[in-house]
Design a protein around this ligand. Structure first.
Ligand code: A3P
Length: 342
């Protein structure tokens, strides 16, 4: 079933005793598929949800092998060592969203495995930009020493409400100021959108996609709509299982909408599945006990966080700015996303 996913660099093993040994053993393998991006488009949710398929073996942290010179120079053996163990019939996968926008990555991936499967999740570039900027603000609040919420901070009962009030005031001031900061970030002095800003560039998807298409056939790339992943995760996960030549096992009922979080979370329908996934949860997962027979697991607070407020005028301006890029993306990818229609 997965022969077409065989990694070229491991071909040396194919006719050796080691090959038959590897077939029956759980060993670390180079990935046969990579989620290459894009940043803040739902990469973590996609990977966590994909792990509902037990054939998927995912590296938990972002490996950053192809984009960080200090990692790349360690070679493929190091890269393999970052992967989980898997059987031959399973699919090893990692996600490092920086790959999509980093110049050298496509060629380097091709050097490793020219027939690899690539997964690219994209969302409305305006929402992506706001999400990216909001992460900056949230990180600033989190690292502003005085108000840091840390396990090590001990606040006495009598000072707790005072602390909480100050903390909340501080946060709301930062978020209020952030609206103006966002405007200053995205607009040039003449009022146009500043296309030189890094976070704005990331949303010019076809600029980067062209680079990947120079190295890989379009059929090796699968596009996931990050907006649909939010509203109907099953739909995107099912398509992805098919693309990865997996037996589709992910079901509608694996997802339950959590009103408090405002996003779909994973519903565990049996204890075995729950232990498998929670045991392997890695970062960004939190387990919520609902009752004795069922549990849901949501992504952490850093996923689905508060967004900076953006005026309607500025949103429209950004939509107009991205519209030609989106059109070009649709023609390159063959998939039309219904994003930010002006
Ligand atoms: P926000 O936190 O700005 O809402 P990434 O994992 O690539 O950094 O993407 C983070 C984004 O994933 C979040 O951005 C959120 O909108 C999106 N997302 C998609 N499905 C989600 C889910 N089920 N739970 C939480 N966040 C999800």
């Amino acid at each position: 079933m997965l022969n077409d996913l065989t990694v070229n660099v491991s071909k040396d093993y194919e006719n050796t005793d080691e090959a038959s040994w590897k077939f029956v053993q759980r060993v670390k393998r180079l990935p046969q598929a990579i989620i290459i991006g894009s940043r803040k488009c739902g990469t973590r949710a996609l990977l966590k949800f994909l792990e509902l398929n037990p054939t998927i073996k995912a590296a938990h942290n972002e490996v950053h092998f192809f984009d960080k010179p200090q990692n790349y120079k360690l070679g493929f053996d190091w890269y393999r060592s970052q992967m989980p163990e898997s059987y031959q019939h399973e699919v090893t996968i990692e996600k490092s969203p920086a790959y999509f926008v980093t110049q050298e990555v496509a060629e380097r991936v091709k050097l490793m495995n020219s027939s690899i499967k690539l997964v690219l999740i994209l969302r409305d570039p305006v929402t992506r930009l706001v999400s990216d900027f909001s992460q900056l603000i949230a990180n600033r609040i989190a690292t502003s020493g005085e108000y840091e919420e840390s396990d090590y901070n001990i606040i006495s009962d009598e000072h707790y409400s005072e602390y909480q009030a100050t903390n909340e005031t501080f946060k709301s001031i930062v978020w209020e100021k952030a609206e103006e900061e966002f405007e200053n970030y995205v607009l040039r002095p003449d009022g146009g959108i500043d296309g030189q800003r890094k976070a704005i560039k990331t949303g010019m998807y076809p600029v980067y996609l062209e680079r990947w298409l120079a190295s890989f056939h379009i059929k090796q790339l699968h596009f996931v709509d990050g907006e649909t992943l939010i509203s109907n995760p099953y739909e995107e996960l099912h398509k992805l299982e098919l693309f990865l030549s997996l037996k589709p096992v992910i079901k509608h009922s694996d997802f339950v909408f959590n009103h408090k979080k405002g996003f779909f979370c994973i519903a565990y329908n049996n204890l075995e599945q729950q232990q498998d996934l929670i045991g392997n949860s890695g970062p960004n997962l939190k387990v919520k006990r609902l009752n004795d027979s069922s549990r849901t697991t949501c992504l952490s607070r850093s996923k689905g966080r508060r967004h900076v407020a953006v005026s309607k005028d500025l949103t429209r301006k950004l939509q107009k700015f991205y519209a030609p890029y989106n059109e070009y993306l649709y023609s390159l990818s063959g998939r039309r996303f219904n994003w930010g229609l002006v």
